[in-house]
Design a protein. Structure first.
Length: 279
């Protein structure tokens, strides 16, 4: 691979990439950073609605380029500009303590909410008032793993492209449609009009998840609303749902964290839908 071409953290390309750590610059440029081999690999494979490549630039240390030669080759084949950078340059742009040597600059890729509705989704995760980027990315990963059709981030939730959100999604950000900035009322009303039942996940919910499963009420199209881990869902948001459901605590734990509760709820719906033959 030879000598890295980018050795100064103050070079224009490095400065431009580093600025994407700030939300204002991400919004202005409509670009974000995907970090690490898994995220970059998925970015390389992703295409926008018009077929345009999502990955625009790849920064790689010489060592990482040798270790992940297949990713570098795929990035080049997809038309991305590849830059070999010194370790100090990658460390300057990276938002992690121990960078893995690969950083991709990507286009924004959120989907219009109306497109999600037109697709007649069967399982949707709605993140309302979720402020922690790690939680948001992990719930997105859970939704992807459970086979959800889409994720919606309301206008009161964290930025989808926050570096922590992107890392926590571990590439799932590139796997399923995500709508951002949707007011929670619009999200709920739109999904209801599309024939989707709305369930709000809340530890103090009146309905028990096990009872819902036993009653056979979870086999149809479903959207789960997940709220802030610290204070849950506001009363006005709970009031929008068809049911407010709690995950039963059979042991002595005080509660479940947001991502764990989301995984339980989404998998319960996925199982019920498959049992009913809906998926």
């Amino acid at each position: 691979m030879g000598t890295p071409e980018l050795i100064s953290p103050r070079s224009p390309r490095v400065t431009a990439a580093r600025r994407l750590a700030k939300r204002a610059f991400r919004g202005k440029e409509r670009r974000f950073i995907a970090e690490g081999p898994q995220a970059v690999r998925e970015a390389v494979a992703h295409r926008g609605e018009g077929g345009e490549p999502t990955l625009l630039e790849l920064f790689a240390t010489v060592e990482a380029a040798e270790r992940y030669a297949d990713i570098v080759a795929a990035a080049r084949a997809a038309g991305a500009r590849v830059h070999f950078a010194a370790d100090t340059v990658i460390a300057e742009v990276s938002q992690t303590v121990t960078p893995q040597g690969l950083l991709g600059v990507c286009r924004f890729l959120e989907s219009p909410f109306e497109d999600i509705l037109r697709s007649r989704p069967r399982l949707v995760a709605v993140l309302a008032h979720v402020r922690d980027p790690g939680n948001a990315g992990t719930v997105l990963r859970c939704a992807d793993a459970a086979g959800a059709d889409a994720v919606v981030l309301t206008d009161a939730s964290v930025d989808l492209y926050n570096p922590k959100s992107v890392r926590a999604s571990v590439g799932s950000l590139f796997h399923l449609p995500v709508a951002v900035g949707v007011p929670v009322e619009r999200a709920v009303h739109g999904l209801k009009e599309a024939g989707v039942r709305i369930l709000a996940a809340d530890g103090a919910g009146a309905d028990d998840l096990d009872d819902e499963l036993d009653a056979g009420t979870m086999g149809g199209p479903t959207a789960w609303i997940f709220g802030n881990e610290a204070w849950g869902l506001p009363a006005e948001t709970r009031a929008l749902a068809d049911a407010v459901v709690r995950v039963p605590i059979h042991g002595k734990a005080e509660s479940l964290n947001l991502a764990t509760a989301a995984a339980v709820c989404l998998y319960a719906s996925a199982r019920a839908q498959r049992t009913r033959g809906e998926r």
